[in-house]
Design a protein around this ligand. Sequence first.
Ligand code: OSB
Ligand code: MG
Length: 371
Amino acid sequence: MNLRVERAELRLVEMPLRSPFETSFGVESRRRCLILHLMGTGWEGWGECVAGAFPGYSYETTATAWHVLVDFLLPAVLHRPLADLADFQARASSVRGHPMARAAIEMALWDARGRIEGTPLRNLLGGVRERVPVGVSVGIQATPQRLVEVVAAYVEQGYRRVKLKIKPGRDRDDVAAVRRVFPDLALQVDANSAYRLQDSAALEALDDYGLILIEQPLEEDDLIDHAKLQARLHTPLCLDESLRSARLARQALEIGACRVFNLKPARLGGLTEAVAVHDVGVAGRVPVWCGGMLETGIGRAANLALASLAGFTLPGDISASERYYERDLVRRPFELNADSTIDVPGGAGLGVEVDREELDRVTLRSEVITP
Ligand code: OSB
Ligand code: MG
């Protein structure tokens, strides 16, 4: 491949969400993230860093990612040409943690490679589908009645799988209310680490509602109690925050901490590790699906390419652009097909054209980094 990165432009962007997104760790009404543009002679690559304004999902924020990218990771790639993506991984390996910062560069390098070779990212990753089944992740609403209305609107739009955010005190009644109105809807819940093992009765109560899975009920660093909890539940547990590497994914299966994997390239430090976790899932006969971080069209394109791999047998948290934003950062917003799928871009690399005017409009801060 041999890429000489001559210029990197990092931007802090802020985009208003169509509706506030509430989870067990907080509510977000404007999405902040970082957009990275790598350039060399005759090529470019785009990356998105999904770290948000607040360290609720992970310790990373736009500010920590900015620091780690500008002071450590970008200098490592600007210093001398990269032979390939493994070369980037090797250079980045001395930086501990900060997977979201790392993943932004990795995404831009995959995009660059695809654009240079004229190959869509889905092919580079080994994808087998041109459209992928998707669902919608619904935040906590003011009341269960309001939640039912919001879910009904998404079902009306064509989403055939819905994920409900839950937290202690907002679990069984919410799920029961939605289940009463939609007895056959593919339904799952996500607690974002809001429970402890001693709360297991509240989670056992969810066993009666035919959920596909319960996502990340316990703390990120707690595989052991997830295994104890899984033993008390019929509903499969799915790990999100806890799955930080292919090694942890393997260990989670070995001890029975979950029966499903949520894959997010950003949480895993990039697409390469995400493919490795996918492979662990396939080998262990564990269904995997692609999670989301309210990405702009740039990050969403990468998620779609990843979700085109054969092991992604459950619908992803990859919704249409209009579910998140009035106006996306890509020229052709992502749309939901009638069969609750979204097309995987077929153009070279990420396969999206960045809307530079819109990007300028939402940029709060930018910095150019050169060797
Ligand atoms: O836990 O899956 C999560 C969004 C931000 C942070 C964490 C999560 C989420 C979602 C949204 O559930 C998924 C999407 O992008 O549609
Ligand atoms: Mg989650």
